[in-house]
Design a protein around this ligand. Structure first.
Ligand code: BGP
Length: 465
């Protein structure tokens, strides 16, 4: 069938999830910061639902992967939970059930002809490492992460070819140290900057460990997944442009530049130094960052960021915050996803793609997450028993349309992954908003393909739409 938007034959069509959001806590020896937060403050989670069962992937992975196959996905990303695989964080001794589980999952994906992309950190720091060392503020934790990463490469690198060091490290910075939406919910701009640096260092050290194994010789590649929120200025005024530039540097370039170029953005470093919040680093560490850049980029795109110059004086009472240099601009008439409170702006995917082409050496990259969380989807279930999520199909089409255009113009994109294959647990929003191509009935744990899943099946079969 000929299609208007044709994608390459080897394009990655897939979806992404994560260990903590899909597996459930079954047989896990340790607790992540989210497990701990839920155990101590369950009321902070939508409907009091925590990560205990999630979508039951730990028990149901064979059936789940068969459903993903039925949708036609050729690639799927999930993550290895540090708190499941490792028994002793200091020595890197592994947990036998954790090893068995991830081996089985990888083998099952491969048997079904689905390429597994494995990520090593999806907001799931072990709570013990927070309590013992202060979590990501500690460079010892950076080294323990590299040790965990090394174990993963040794155990699974014979079969897994595509690795990711971190998912959305900026969300760790923002959630844990700036805006109070991840445990420990601190507001500490100086710590936030150190964590930002340490996460970049941890990614580089994991990449270094990867290159010391046989993985690259076996055809393995390693990348990072970053959530990009392109910063658009309210107007052409120099003040609005400067505000957006700082937001772009802080939110996006702070991870993009070290990951791809091996160096930190000079304008960002200069500003943070001037503000007295620059991280501590050593020449040796900077060399590791310089020498261990990524093979590819995964980009999660959900929403843009709109900035304007500060119109009210910055409130110093909570110490330094990035907002010292910009204010959030609520553009009149913007299109919103009311359930998640995120602006829908598909063209940003094109802007991101062109930026990769022109400013990031056109490194190979893919959309590693994009998607639309909707509340109350059960009301769209039809008499045949499947959910008619036409809004999701339209959302995907619009984004793919812009992506297609950028690829026509030379952007080196090799895939598109939706968040998520099967409705999964969404941090403190729990099961409020559903994102999947496959619906999950929380009570019965029954899983049914949605209209978007059948639509996606045809897109994949036709290499476009
Ligand atoms: C991304 C995360 C995912 C996922 C998704 C949807 O930021 O990588 O883990 O949760 O967003 O967002 P949310 O679950 O907050 O609605």
């Amino acid at each position: 069938m000929s299609v208007e938007h044709e994608f390459p034959k080897d394009f990655w069509w897939g979806a992404a999830t994560s260990g903590p959001q899909s597996e459930g806590r079954f047989h896990k020896a340790h607790r992540s910061v989210f497990d701990y937060w839920f155990d101590t403050e369950p009321q902070a989670f939508f409907d009091g639902v925590g990560p205990n069962v999630a979508s039951n992937f730990y028990n149901d992975y064979r059936h789940d992967i068969a459903l993903m196959k039925k949708v036609g996905l050729n690639s799927v990303r999930t993550s290895i939970q540090w708190t499941r695989l490792i028994k002793d964080f200091e020595t890197g001794e592994t947990d036998p059930d954790g090893v068995r589980f991830y081996n089985d999952v990888i083998d099952e994906f491969l048997q079904q002809g689905i390429r597994p992309i494995l990520n090593l950190h999806h907001f799931d720091l072990p709570i013990e490492l927070y309590e013992r060392y202060g979590g990501w503020t500690s460079k010892h934790v950076v080294d323990l992460f590299a040790l965990f990463a090394k174990r993963c490469f040794e155990l699974f690198g014979d079969r897994v070819k595509d690795w990711v060091t971190f998912n959305e490290p900026m969300v760790v910075v923002e959630g844990e140290y700036l805006y109070e939406f991840h445990y420990p919910k601190l507001v500490d701009g100086k710590k936030a900057c150190q964590v930002l640096y340490n996460l970049n260092l941890a990614s580089a050290k994991a990449i270094q460990a990867f290159r010391e194994t046989d993985c690259p010789k076996l055809g393995g590649r390693i990348g990072i997944v970053l959530n990009l929120t392109p910063a658009y200025p309210r107007s052409d005024s120099p003040e609005d442009i400067a505000a957006a530039k700082f937001a772009e540097d802080y939110k996006n370039n702070s991870f993009l530049d070290p990951a791809v170029h091996g160096t930190f953005t000079k304008s960002l470093v200069d500003q943070l130094e001037k503000d007295g919040v620059l991280w501590t680093s050593t020449p040796e560490e900077l060399k590791i960052i310089k020498n261990n850049t990524v093979d590819f980029l995964g980009i999660n795109y959900y929403q843009p960021f709109r900035a304007k110059k500060r119109e009210t004086p910055f409130d110093e009472s909570r110490g330094w915050l990035p907002e010292k240099h910009f204010e959030n601009y609520e553009m009149p008439g913007r299109r919103m996803n009311p359930y998640r409170g995120w602006e829908i702006y598909p063209k940003a995917i094109y802007d991101i793609a062109i930026n990769v082409r022109d400013k990031l050496g056109n490194i190979p990259w893919y959309i590693s997450e994009n998607g639309m969380g909707v509340e109350g989807e059960e009301k769209y279930r039809n008499k045949d028993g499947f959910i008619e999520d036409d809004y999701r199909i339209d959302f995907i089409k619009e984004h793919l349309g812009w992506l297609h255009k950028a690829m026509q113009e030379g952007s080196n994109c090799f895939g598109y992954h939706l968040w998520t294959p099967i409705d999964c647990w969404s941090w403190s929003n729990a099961y409020k908003n559903r994102y999947g191509l496959i619906a999950l009935d929380l009570v019965t744990q029954q899983k049914t393909i949605k209209k978007s899943g059948y639509w996606m099946h045809d897109v994949i079969a036709n290499h476009g739409f």
